[in-house]
Design a binder for this molecule. Structure first.
Ligand code: PLP
Length: 388
C-alpha cells in the first residue's frame, strides 16, 4: 500500500487491540503498570525496553494521540501535555538555559507573552520581539546567546501570516531552533516542519478537540529535542490525562472534515463582511485583500476558521455588536463547533495600553470571530442583525 493520506492516518493510527478485539481504541484509566518479574522491571526502568511504567511518563492513550499528531505534522516524535500552555512552557524551559535569548513574533498568545516578559526573566532568559511585517529584521536581533526563534502564525487576534519559509531559512543559517505555535492552523492546514521548523506546538484545547470539551497540548518535532523535553516533563509533571488524550485522539479522526467545513463557512462569512457598510475592514487569510494573501496561499491548505474585522464606531460599537449577537456565543475561547465572537479591546487585551494594543493590531472596534459549524446562513443572519 502507498503511504496513507492524512485522513487515513488520523483514523487508522491505533494502539494495539486488547484481547477483546475492540474496534475503537479503549480508554486506559490506569496510573501505573505491572511487571513480569524483577528483570522485566530493571529492563523497563533502564529504558532497554520501551513500555509503559507510569502514566506521567506515558500511557497507551497519550501515545496514540502523540503518534497521530506526529504523523500529521511529519514529525519524528512528540510528547502530550495537560494544556497548550504547559506544552509551550515545558518545551521552552526544557531547552533554554540561564543566559539564553529567544527571538519571538510580537503577536503571541497572551500567556506566552507573559512567559517571555514576566517569568523567563526570573531565570535570566531574555527575549526580543519582531513584528509580523518585519521578518527581514530578525537577523539583526540575533545575539551570540540566541537559541530559539519562536513564532505563531496565523497570529491571534490579528490573523496576520508570517512566512515560514523565511523563518526556516534564518533558523538554518544561524543554527537556531525554530519553534512554531501551530494552534490556529492545525496540522491539517499547515505543517511548519516542511519549512524547517524543529518543533511544532499545539493547544489541543482549540480546533483539535474542536468541541469545547477538554484541555490539552502537544509538542512534536526533532527526536533529540523531544527527548530533552520528555526528560524534563516526565520529572516536572505536566502530562496529559489519559481521558483527555482519548477524547483528543477521537477528535483527530474528524479534524479534516471539520476544518474543511470551518474554512468554507469562514470564507463565506468573510466575503459577506467585506460587503457590509458598517465594517471598516476584514482580515481572513484566504481573502485576496489580506496583506499576506500570497504567503497564506503558499503555506496553508485552507484559510482556517478565525476572522478578525473592524467595526466602524470604535470601542462602543464593538461592545454593542457583542451584546447584539443571538446565535453566536460571547466567549474568549475559539475553535469550537459553536461560533464565538470576542471584542479583544474591552476583554482579553483590555489591560494593555492603547499603544501596546495598536502595536499588535488590536484596534478599538476589532472583533475576533471563531466561525463554527452551524449552517452558514444562520451564522451570517446573526452577524448581519447584530451589525445593524
Ligand atoms: C489557547 C492557545 C494557547 C494556550 O492553550 P491552552 O490549552 O489554553 O493552555 C497557546 N497558543 C495559542 C495560539 C492559543 O490560541
Amino acid at each position: 500500500m502507498s503511504t496513507p493520506h492524512f485522513e487515513t492516518e488520523a483514523i487508522r493510527t491505533q494502539i494495539e487491540r486488547s484481547q477483546f478485539l475492540e474496534h475503537s481504541s479503549p480508554l486506559y484509566l490506569t496510573s501505573s503498570y505491572i511487571f513480569e518479574d524483577a528483570e522485566d522491571m530493571r529492563a523497563s526502568f533502564s529504558e532497554e525496553k520501551e513500555r509503559n511504567i507510569y502514566s506521567r511518563f506515558s500511557n497507551p492513550n497519550t501515545s496514540e494521540f502523540v503518534e497521530k499528531i506526529a504523523k500529521m505534522e511529519g514529525a519524528e516524535a512528540g510528547y502530550a501535555f495537560a494544556t497548550g500552555m504547559s506544552a509551550v512552557f515545558s518545551s521552552l524551559a526544557a531547552l533554554l538555559n540561564s543566559g539564553d535569548h529567544v527571538i519571538s513574533s510580537r503577536s503571541v498568545f497572551g500567556s506566552t507573552h507573559a512567559l517571555f516578559t514576566k517569568f523567563f526573566p526570573k531565570w535570566n532568559i531574555s527575549h526580543s520581539y519582531f513584528k509580523v511585517n518585519e521578518v527581514e529584521k530578525i537577523e539583526s536581533l540575533i545575539k551570540p546567546e540566541t537559541k530559539i526563534i519562536f513564532a505563531e502564525t496565523p497570529t491571534n487576534p490579528g490573523v496576520d501570516i508570517i512566512d515560514l519559509e523565511i523563518l526556516g531559512e534564518i533558523a538554518k543559517k544561524h543554527n537556531l531552533i525554530l519553534v512554531i505555535d501551530n494552534c490556529f492552523a492545525t496540522p491539517y492546514i499547515q505543517n511548519p516542519i516542511k519549512y524547517g521548523a524543529h518543533l511544532v506546538i499545539h493547544s489541543a484545547t482549540k480546533l483539535i478537540d474542536g468541541q469545547g470539551r477538554v484541555l490539552g497540548g502537544v509538542t512534536v518535532g526533532n527526536s533529540d529535542l523531544i527527548r530533552e523535553i520528555y526528560l524534563f516533563s516526565r520529572n516536572t509533571g505536566p502530562a496529559l490525562s489519559p481521558f483527555n488524550a482519548w477524547i483528543l485522539s477521537k477528535s483527530l479522526e474528524t479534524l479534516a472534515v471539520r476544518l474543511e467545513k470551518h474554512s468554507e463557512n469562514a470564507l463565506k462569512l468573510a466575503e459577506f463582511l467585506e460587503t457590509h457598510p458598517n465594517v471598516q475592514n476584514v482580515k481572513y487569510p484566504f481573502l485576496k485583500s489580506h496583506p499576506q494573501y500570497e504567503i497564506a496561499k503558499k503555506q496553508m491548505r485552507l484559510g482556517g476558521n478565525i476572522i478578525s474585522f473592524e467595526i466602524k464606531g470604535g470601542i462602543d460599537a464593538g461592545r454593542k455588536f457583542v451584546n447584539a449577537v443571538q446565535l453566536c456565543s460571547r466567549s474568549a475561547n475559539l475553535g469550537d463547533t459553536r461560533s464565538i465572537v470576542t471584542h479583544p479591546a474591552s476583554t482579553t487585551h483590555s489591560k494593555l495600553s492603547e499603544e501596546d494594543r495598536l502595536e499588535v493590531g488590536i484596534t478599538d472596534g476589532l472583533i475576533r470571530t471563531s466561525v463554527g459549524l452551524e449552517h452558514i446562513d444562520d451564522i451570517i443572519a446573526d452577524i448581519k442583525q447584530a451589525l445593524s
